[in-house]
Design a protein around this ligand. Structure first.
Ligand code: NOJ
Length: 560
């Protein structure tokens, strides 16, 4: 189906008032409807004063996440890489998959952290960097030592073209040429990200077998699954065909900055075999989750994640919503597409921020952060919070030179601001990245302020845990409540909820008489609104950037 065709299916014409997407979940897995918190370990909490966050630091701060009096109440944490790494890509270049880098602690620290999380009912996901290793990984140092080496075919090698040219025109995810000539063996190797991250050759059966052992190493230690890095990059055309600059058929991806369509080195059908190999390992254990990172359009999400009963991943991130501009139309469109294209009975993993993107409080505006929280935590699917968004952290300055991300992604990686002191309570030493503004936004101040963003996150997560409709119910988009209004219902059994978000920066009113005979306020993104039953359904005022979660009584004789 063309992208245009998908549009018309996912986005009903204006005369239609609503569309129902998704079905009620039959069998419940823990991740369906869950809230996952992404920890960037380097920036979460530093226990030993070296300025770098570590595993004991995370352990010391678990009260923030679950099981303490002021906890957020999230269901799981996903830990970005803490493995040994030369840090060319800040841990996404792994040089030892089965050890903890000393600056983060030890395997014993990880065991203690897993045990402490589990004691609080908090699950633990690790990052599985499967597309590539570090160029310092022993597999690659052996591979590049000679053409006849034991690990040579674990990576992609190709002879230079005429006049020493690259084997083909492929580019990295960052837009640079994807091949680097290895002078020693006079062949090029492939890297879909930085040159320090050579791509593994999953077509060689020894690679899935070795990665399966890596997975078992962590699963045996009790981890509850993995966020699978860059899964859409693992499949490649074995013929190494050049990518086209023109296509006669519709293609779901825009061309890269060099003007080529990544037809042969991204989102390849063979990726399904890689995923199957991972699923086989995960399925040796009970209830483990594989959550994929694939920057693909919604149409392709179903190719990656199924409903758990098949051999696809269990979940995949939706990035269309994360990358949408702050406006009710693109938001509604992205949400509808994410839900419509998920495998039947399933829904995406949603996030607004992560360690690769600018923080959403900076992109959408700090004033939009409370409403963004209400949206994120009331969607059908799995909601993923990125460290610091719960207190409204904004981007820092991107650093330059050694010790900084060459792509400027440092700006969303500054340390979590625990208190208002200059080091933000993050470290007793000099933080590896400067704090942004701990005196403006920090956990300590917000934890005890009922009007804070942190308190709103906590209340919304509590509401989500208590409501079967919010965790598992179907979602039905409503399109005619007025300009600037994003709205949907969530329902399960007799529970009928309405989420309404005024994304505009002007006040407005909505009329709910067509869809309800009564409404009771469960949550609001703006403090000061009176709780309980709404008196006049004809004219409900909404402040700028205000969102509400309402429990509805359907109009007599109607089914929502
Ligand atoms: C996605 C990760 O989130 C990003 O940080 C990294 O640079 C690439 N994958 C390569 O591993």
């Amino acid at each position: 189906m063309s992208v245009a065709g998908a549009w018309s299916q996912a986005w009903p014409p204006a005369r239609r008032a609503s569309v129902t997407i998704g079905h009620n979940v039959q069998s419940e897995h823990w991740w369906q409807g869950a809230v996952i918190y992404q920890i960037y370990p380097r920036s979460f909490a530093d226990a030993n004063g070296d300025g770098i966050g570590d595993l004991p630091g995370i352990l010391s701060r678990l009260d923030h996440l679950r099981g303490g009096p002021m906890s957020l109440g999230v269901d799981a944490v996903w830990l970005s890489p803490f493995f040994k790494s030369p840090l060319a890509d800040f841990g996404y270049d792994v040089s030892d998959y089965t050890d903890v880098a000393p600056e983060y602690g030890s395997l014993d620290d990880l065991d203690a952290l897993i045990a402490a999380c589990h004691a609080r009912g908090l699950r633990v996901l690790l990052d599985l960097v499967a597309n590539h290793t570090s160029d310092q990984h022993p597999w690659f140092t052996d591979a590049r030592s000679s053409r006849a080496s034991r690990h040579r075919d674990w990576y992609w090698w190709a002879d230079p073209g005429p006049d020493g040219a690259s084997p083909n025109d492929w580019t990295t995810a960052f837009g640079d040429p994807a091949w680097l000539l290895d002078e020693v063996t006079n062949q090029y190797f492939l890297h879909s990200f930085f040159a320090e991250q050579p791509d593994l050759n999953w077509a060689n059966p020894e690679v899935p077998s070795a990665m399966g052992e890596v997975m078992r190493f962590w699963l045996n230690r009790g981890v509850d699954g993995f966020r699978v890095d860059a899964i859409d990059a693992v499949g490649k055309d074995p013929e190494l065909s050049d990518n086209p600059r023109e296509l006669r058929r519709p293609f779901p991806f825009a061309p890269d900055p060099a003007g080529q369509y990544r037809l042969w080195n991204r989102d390849r059908p063979v990726t399904a075999q890689v995923v199957r190999a991972m699923r086989r390992v995960a399925d040796e254990y009970e209830d483990r989750l594989l959550l994929g990172e694939a920057y693909v359009p919604a149409e392709r999400m179903g190719a990656y994640a199924g409903d758990g009963s098949d051999d696809r991943l269990h979940l995949v991130f939706d990035f269309e919503l994360l990358l949408s501009e702050w406006d009710a139309d693109p938001f509604g469109h992205a949400i509808a597409r994410g839900l419509a294209y998920s495998a039947p009975g399933t829904a995406p993993a949603w996030a607004f921020s992560n360690h690769d993107q600018r923080r959403h409080a900076s992109r959408f505006g700090l004033d939009a952060a409370p409403l963004a929280a209400l949206i994120l935590l009331t969607l059908r699917g799995t909601s993923v919070i990125y460290t610091g968004e719960e207190i409204g952290m904004v981007d820092g300055e991107p650093g330059t030179g050694p010790g900084h991300d060459p792509l400027g992604r440092d700006r969303s990686r500054s340390p979590l601001q625990w208190d208002g002191s200059p080091s933000g309570g993050f470290s007793s030493g000099r933080p590896w990245l400067p704090l942004v503004d701990p005196e403006r936004a920090n956990v300590e101040d917000q934890a005890h302020d009922p009007g804070s963003l942190l308190s709103l996150y906590r209340r919304l997560i509590e509401l989500r845990s208590a409501s079967a409709a919010l965790r598992r119910g179907e979602q039905r988009m409503l399109y005619d409540l007025g300009p600037g209004i994003l709205a949907w219902t969530r329902s399960l059994g007799g529970e009928q909820l309405l989420v309404v978000a005024n994304m505009a920066r002007q006040p407005t009113t909505i009329d709910l008489r067509a869809i309800a005979s009564g409404a009771r306020l469960l949550a609001a993104s703006v403090s000061g609104r009176e709780g309980g039953a709404l008196r006049d359904l004809r004219r409900i005022p909404l402040a700028p950037l205000e969102g509400l979660v309402l429990e509805l009584t359907p109009p007599h004789g109607s089914v929502l």
